[in-house]
Design a protein around this ligand. Sequence first.
Ligand SMILES: NC(=O)c1ccc[n+]([C@@H]2O[C@H](COP(=O)([O-])OP(=O)(O)OC[C@H]3O[C@@H](n4cnc5c(N)ncnc54)[C@H](O)[C@@H]3O)[C@@H](O)[C@H]2O)c1
Length: 286
Amino acid sequence: MSVSYITDLTGKTAVVTGGGGVLCSEFSKALAECGAKIAVLDLFEEAAKRTSDAVNANGGYALPYACDVLKKETLIDIREKIISDFGSIDILINGAGGNSPKATTAQEFLTAEDLETKEGSDTLNFFDLKPEGFNFVFNLNILGTLLPTQVFSEYMAKHGGGCIVNVSSMNAYRPLTKIPAYSAAKAGISNLTMWLAVHFSKLNIRVNAIAPGFFVTGQNEKLLFDKEGKPTARTEKILAATPMGRFGNPAELIGTLLFLCDTKASSFVNGIIIPVDGGFSAYSGV
Ligand SMILES: NC(=O)c1ccc[n+]([C@@H]2O[C@H](COP(=O)([O-])OP(=O)(O)OC[C@H]3O[C@@H](n4cnc5c(N)ncnc54)[C@H](O)[C@@H]3O)[C@@H](O)[C@H]2O)c1
């Protein structure tokens, strides 16, 4: 699908964390098509480079940076490199995030039969969940949003402002079964988004979030499709609970992303979380 965007981000620099991933590589390409220069940050250098290569091949301008969003010192070093490479930091997309199998239960509902631990089982029931799994998910999503925000917003605060977009999720509204840590962490992202919006409101830094519905990406593929690529029971439930009856296409998040980054279109929009979900969050199931 080829789309021309009306948002003009010429002269701006966007920092995109998790920029090597499925959704944030699309975000990077779209921001670049609107004229922004893109600093693509990812834990994996190759992933960051894949995205920056794609942006550059499309006529944009991007540079890759290998970066763990949980390492504040690394983020500070990268901020200085970005300022030297690009000259400013105007937009931050906090896209790095995700779940862990170590914080995922095997069952949707715990029943009496599940109370016996099954020898050799590689799936977890609620009582087997380890703090390490929760730590990983809380850190990646919450600290992984907080630390880049601290580091990059400091530049924005000292240079006239900027715009931050976080990535929440459907499970921030109502938790999804099996993924308690990810649900609680994304509820935290929505809450932190509002807190940050208030905190930065005197400094011309707006903070908003997108809450994507269901998009098939690397991190949820195994829950959604079996080894033969057939939809799992979970996929059938998701599609039945999505009034539009399908998964989203990452390109369908772009209009909302650009709206939130466009200082003209959304100049008074601050502290909101926009669902882009085919109606999932509006549907009671009846
Ligand atoms: N796919 C969906 O349906 C969906 C729905 C709601 C929200 N989200 C959120 O959207 C965001 C993007 O996810 P995605 O679906 O594109 O997944 P993805 O796995 O394709 O992308 C995530 C990227 O983040 C990078 N990353 C992981 N840990 C990192 C770290 N410590 N430091 C820097 N980078 C790190 C990964 O290498 C990967 O490239 C995430 O915050 C996710 O929770 C996704």
